[in-house]
Design a protein around this ligand. Structure first.
Ligand code: MN
Length: 128
């Protein structure tokens, strides 16, 4: 699968982060789907079957870790890799992120090259 066929769902409530992540992904040729809260993100994942989900942790209402746990418990979405977008930097967070079922994480603020490298590496892994 070439990058221009990959659909990436971003679940992020911060408009600046959403704009930046969308711009970077579209520039790299990905199709971008977006949701600003966990509930609509989970529904969109079921409906649209993205190749990858980028999940903010701190969201209004249900948080990103709860949403990831739901996605991973659902037959319809469990195979979709989820990368957490996290501003959290405390020790133990990586463990919480993995325990929720995330396949990896990216620290915010987003570092452009590392961000795209992580996305592309995760999509490559999915296709093996
Ligand atoms: Mn947030």
């Amino acid at each position: 699968m070439s990058p221009d066929m990959a659909k990436v769902l971003i679940v992020e409530d911060n408009p600046a982060n959403m704009t930046l992540a969308t711009f970077l992904l579209q520039s790299a040729g990905y199709e971008v789907l977006s949701a600003t809260d966990a509930e609509s993100g989970v529904a969109m994942a079921r409906d649209r079957q993205p190749s990858l989900i980028l999940m903010d942790i701190q969201l209004p209402g249900m948080d990103g870790l709860q949403a990831t746990a739901l996605l991973k418990a659902d037959e319809a979405t469990r195979a979709i890799p989820v990368i957490a977008l996290t501003a959290l930097a405390m020790k133990g967070d990586e463990e919480r992120i993995r325990a929720a079922g995330c396949d990896g994480y990216i620290a915010k603020p987003l570092a452009y090259k590392a961000f795209l490298a992580t996305v592309s590496a995760q999509l490559g892994k999915t296709l093996v």
